[in-house]
Design a protein around this ligand. Structure first.
Ligand SMILES: Cc1ncc(COP(=O)(O)O)c(C=O)c1O
Length: 418
């Protein structure tokens, strides 16, 4: 590991949590150079929804490469891009009666958010964005401005302006009523408040500590946007692509976002891809106005198309709902056991978090889990929430084995058992 410590920047983060060198991976297992196998409950921070080296995707990618397919094309028309768009339209959009335009940009989540914010500002001619406490939207300056966490914000080096922050549902002062009050204030032209270009929200906050918004609150957030001539942007970058038991985390709710940001799992294989779904009436870009070298990647389109085939029927999503229930039950047991210490379970589908109220405790559980062969990632303020996001394709036995390791170490750290 010396070479990394000597030559790689101090910015190194996750490798400090998992101090080993990983060599190979398959579905929900990662193996290090010493041959130790780990169950992966982290899944590339929500990228590997369909597991490491997904066999279906690997086969499709190998065939594509052997046929000298187009791997890089800026935003030129290509065969794999067409196949991806066709599949996305038939599998995801048509069943929902949607006609969003698909915008590809640089391949990470923050690129999608930047594009969404820029488009909202262009469309409305306004600058201010309404964002929520504990929101996480990325590290580039526009996305960072709408992100809540002070550790990340403090590294910006410039003021992070043009954002009004409201409390997320359930956080101090965050409720349907408080959103409604703010909406009424905004409508008052003497309120001194600037009319917003957009309201941006994660229906299920992931990095911010696993907070789930209710349909009622999200509808109020949408109304806040629409009644004030602003766009409603839903960031489903981590909670989308099947994580919660349906393709979007807000499926089944009566909301109609103007822009939906997607990345992470959409590339399927761990290969980067980001895409915004944009209401056609707001698709006001001039050609190439928001450009980028890596706008849609051939390999990601091939793998991403294959990923979409998991939504041809409900079998994987049914499994996600069932396994999400198993995770929830296990964590709820721990939460009630340690209720006196403030432990709390939150989540939806196969994103479940145990809030242990203390970053040092969460860190120790994570360290012990790592030693016991389980990868998990703390999140939330001070890293006090243990977020479990295994690949959706994890075999049931491995899910159970991972949950047992987790529970054992929570018991050890919180309950003092050995
Ligand atoms: C909801 C959400 N939006 C945006 C991002 C930023 O994505 P990326 O790290 O790929 O830039 C993340 C990353 O965790 C995220 O969870």
């Amino acid at each position: 590991m010396k070479i990394f410590e000597q030559w790689e920047s101090e910015i190194r983060g996750y490798c400090r949590v998992y101090p080993t060198v990983f060599k190979s991976a398959s579905n929900a297992r990662q193996v290090d150079e010493a041959g130790k196998s780990y169950i992966d409950f982290f899944a590339g921070a929500g990228v590997l929804n369909f597991g490491h080296n997904n066999k279906r995707m690997k086969k499709a990618i190998i065939e594509f490469l052997e046929a000298d397919g187009i791997t890089h094309s800026l935003d030129m028309y290509t065969t794999p891009k067409r196949a991806f768009i066709e599949k996305f339209v038939s599998t995801i959009m048509k069943p929902r009666g949607w006609n969003y335009k698909m915008q590809f940009m640089g391949p990470t989540g923050t690129n999608a958010v930047e594009a969404a914010l820029k488009l909202a500002r262009k469309v409305t001619g306004r600058t201010n964005i309404i964002a929520f406490s504990h929101g996480f939207h990325g590290m580039t300056l526009g996305s960072l401005a709408v992100t809540g966490n002070s550790y990340f914000r403090n590294a910006a080096g410039v003021p992070l302006d043009h954002v009004t922050r409201l409390p997320f549902e359930g956080k101090a002062g965050g409720s349907v009523a408080s959103l409604r009050e703010f909406r009424c204030s905004l409508a008052d032209t003497s309120s001194g408040l600037e009319p917003p270009a957009a309201v941006i929200v994660e229906p299920l906050q992931a990095e911010g500590g696993v907070h789930v918004a209710s349909e009622e609150w999200l509808k109020e957030a949408q109304k806040l946007a629409h009644d004030n001539g602003a766009l409603f942007i839903v960031d489903d970058i981590q909670a989308g692509c099947g994580r919660t038991g349906s393709y979007f985390s807000f499926d089944g709710m009566d909301i109609q976002p103007d822009i939906i940001t997607l990345a992470k799992g959409i590339g399927g294989f761990g290969t980067p891809l980001a895409m915004n779904l944009v209401n056609p009436i707001h698709d006001k870009w001039s050609p190439g106005e928001h450009t980028g070298t890596f706008r849609g990647q051939g390999i990601s389109f091939v793998a991403g198309r294959e990923a979409l085939s998991y939504f041809d029927d409900d079998s994987l999503m049914k499994q996600v709902r069932e396994m999400g229930g198993v995770m929830r039950e296990k964590l709820a047991g721990l939460a009630s056991k340690y209720a006196a210490k403030g432990a709390e379970v939150r989540g939806k589908g196969m994103m479940q978090g145990l809030d242990v109220q203390d970053g040092a405790i969460a860190k120790e559980v994570t360290r012990r889990c790592f030693e016991d062969g389980l990868l998990i990632g703390p999140c939330g303020t001070g890293g006090k929430v243990l977020k479990l996001i295994p690949p959706l394709t994890i075999p049931r036995e491995e899910l159970d084995a991972g949950l047992d390791i987790f529970a054992r170490n929570v018991d050890h750290v919180l309950g003092g058992t050995s």
